[in-house]
Write a protein that binds this ligand. Structure first.
Ligand SMILES: *Cc1c(COP(=O)(O)O)cnc(C)c1O
Length: 326
């Protein structure tokens, strides 16, 4: 992909508010959960936005539905194509089914079996590729060109960003203003949308993106002031195995995010165990990035009001058991 010389057309908080209206009655207003144990551990008031309990199991339904709901009648007839390591695939498939349009999904052949099966279950037509060898964006573009359908990327799209921002909007409405917000980071749709919501609704809030330590391209991009590309990182956080931020997401993150932090796979497993045993919540590894970083930063959070987005819960039972046992 070539880097744009002109700045991309960036969504604003008004787009997040409009997305919120579109999602009314379609997405769940997910619960915000608290835990005394967690508050004591961090010396803070911690509010977990449970997007693991969202429809199809992750916040991605928000951005997908918002983007598809804005299609013209002609676009709806031709349908949508998407490439995704899993949750965006299911989100597009489900949103397309609700809106009555065909969906083709390009997925890595090593994606968790439950995610592939769920995508097919929602009626999506699945095309598999090798994530360490093929260029999924090219495959998606080829299908789009051949079938005339609209490509909706997993994060670098104004309507996707605006939709993802509705999770943080709700969190702040439900919990009140925050001092800090920790958000999982892959390609940056969730983080950039969260920045738009927080800046408008809780201006003092510092918004942190959290990515896997093995794939810290976002952190490096922030430090270097340009989008850093990396090889597909090897991490259990399969929803954040992205190789680079997007043009739109980077512009917003660079402008609005306080910092990008990292979490190790071991910290993610520890957070999964904590959520399951103490809060009876099932989160997938990627979903725990924000919580893992907040727990690692505890000494600096004393007395603060801290939001954490638990971004998803799609992990099969065998994998959950394998990661958390012992
Ligand atoms: C996609 C995804 C992320 C990362 O979101 P981006 O918008 O790509 O940064 C985090 N957690 C889960 C569960 C996801 O599915």
């Amino acid at each position: 992909m070539t880097e744009h010389s002109t700045p991309p057309d960036l969504p604003t908080y008004d787009d997040v508010a409009a997305a919120s209206a579109r999602l009314e009655g379609q997405a769940h207003r997910t619960p915000v959960m608290t835990s005394r144990t967690l508050d004591e551990e961090l010396g803070a008031s911690v509010f977990l936005k449970c997007e693991n309990l969202q429809r199809m199991g992750a916040f991605k339904f928000r951005g997908a539905f918002n983007a598809l709901a804005k299609f013209s009648p002609a676009q709806r007839r031709a349908g949508v194509v998407a490439f995704s390591s899993g949750n965006h695939a299911q989100a597009i498939a489900l949103a397309a089914r609700i809106l009555g349009m065909p969906a083709t999904i390009v997925m890595p052949e090593d994606a968790p079996a439950a995610k592939v099966a769920a995508t097919r279950g929602y009626g999506g037509q699945v095309v598999l590729y090798d994530r360490y060898r093929d260029d999924r964006e090219q495959i998606g573009r080829d299908i789009s060109a051949r079938q005339g359908c609209t490509l909706i990327p997993p994060y670098d799209h104004p309507d996707v960003i605006a939709g993802q921002g509705t999770a943080a909007k709700e969190l702040i409405e439900q919990a009140g203003e925050l001092d800090a917000l920790f958000v999982p980071l892959g390609g940056g749709g969730l983080l950039s949308g969260s920045c738009l919501a927080a800046k408008a609704l809780s201006p003092r809030c510092r918004v942190f993106g959290v990515e896997p330590e093995a794939g810290n391209d976002g952190q490096r991009s922030l430090r270097e002031g340009r989008i850093v590309h990396i090889d597909t990182p090897h991490t259990i956080a399969d929803g954040a195995q992205t190789q680079h931020l997007g043009q739109h997401t980077f512009a917003i993150i660079r402008r609005d995010a306080a910092d990008v932090l990292t979490a190790t796979d071991a910290q993610l497993v520890d957070a999964m165990r904590f959520l399951f045993t103490r809060m009876k919540l099932v989160a997938e590894p990627t979903g725990c990035l924000g919580l893992a970083a907040a727990r690692a930063m505890k000494d600096t959070l004393r007395g603060l009001r801290v939001g954490v987005v638990l971004s998803g819960g799609n992990v099969d039972l065998a994998r959950f058991a394998g990661l958390t046992a012992g």
